[in-house]
Design a protein around this ligand. Structure first.
Ligand SMILES: [Zn+2]
Length: 284
């Protein structure tokens, strides 16, 4: 049987094959998937013994896999894991994450779709696909326009431009405190959704425009982004952010570059907006 079609790259084929085989190279995921297959067999939802990847009779698979994934990957030490990852991300700053806020967040997320919870967990786990995290051949600059800052999640959670874009797009007030923007302080259903929408906005922007900084592209990662690129990048982030926010029932504004510039200049100064988010200078 021909398993793959021509439009799937060799890398994607390898990933699909790995998934089909039950992630044998990752013991935590492999054990989680084994547990899941056993539970499906017990419910007679798949034939026993199960073939790898045979989930055709199983409904709501993403939600079920998400729960197993969380348990197998993070065990019962989820709060501790999130705390460690956030602390590492914002070092040398030391955030004070209250366990009550985190437990409240987990409780709210139980009502979310798996896809939304995964976007939040990936943010808290320092798992954005930035060029810095993947040590890509070309390390991109901050895609929102900070001069001297690189494409790195530790920067983005404090990036004054990303914060201003969120504030412009969302009709509710966006907190100046990065921990609240991560929904790890004053946690609410809305600021958790903000995290999920921001995740999508960034990844769409990165995947659609990263190649422009590569050899032969029209942008140089070592020089300040030109105005036309900034306009395009901010618009790209904002449009996906808005689409996701509308899907989740959040009120947003339509992005307009001129209105955004007026919004920025109407505030005292964009750098002041970042207060008290002073960037950890050795890291950016
Ligand atoms: Zn920035």
């Amino acid at each position: 049987m021909r398993l793959f079609v021509d439009c799937i790259t060799a890398t994607e084929q390898a990933r699909l094959n790995e998934a089909y085989q039950g992630y044998k190279s990752d013991p935590q995921l492999f054990n989680g998937i084994k547990e899941y297959l056993a539970s499906l067999m017990a419910q007679d939802l798949i034939p026993s013994p199960a073939l790898p990847g045979d989930f055709s009779r199983c409904k709501q698979i993403q939600n079920k896999v998400y729960k197993i994934f969380l348990r197998s990957k993070f065990d019962e030490h989820l709060s501790e894991t999130v705390n460690t990852r956030i602390n590492k991300m914002v070092s040398p700053l030391v955030p004070e994450i209250q366990d009550s806020d985190m437990q409240n967040a987990f409780q709210i997320m139980r009502g979310f779709h798996g896809h939304d919870s995964i976007r939040i967990m990936k943010t808290w786990s320092h798992a954005w696909c930035t060029s810095d995290r993947y040590s890509e051949t070309v390390i991109l600059p901050c895609l929102f326009g900070c001069v001297g800052a690189i494409d790195k999640q530790a920067h983005y959670i404090m990036c004054p431009y990303m914060y201003t874009l969120q504030s412009f797009m969302w009709t509710d007030e966006v907190s100046a405190d990065p921990l609240a923007r991560l929904a790890l302080k004053d946690t609410s259903c809305s600021n958790l959704k903000l995290v999920a929408c921001t995740f999508s906005g960034y990844h769409n922007l990165k995947f659609n425009h990263a190649a422009r900084f590569h050899p032969g592209g029209d942008l140089d990662p070592t020089v300040e982004l030109p105005g036309h690129a900034l306009k395009l990048f901010r618009g790209s982030f904002a449009n996906v952010f808005r689409a996701e926010a509308m899907e989740l029932g959040l009120n947003t504004r339509r992005f307009d570059p001129d209105a955004f510039n007026s919004f920025v200049s109407g505030q005292s100064a964009i750098n002041d907006v970042a207060t008290p988010l002073a960037l950890p200078s050795p890291e950016v």
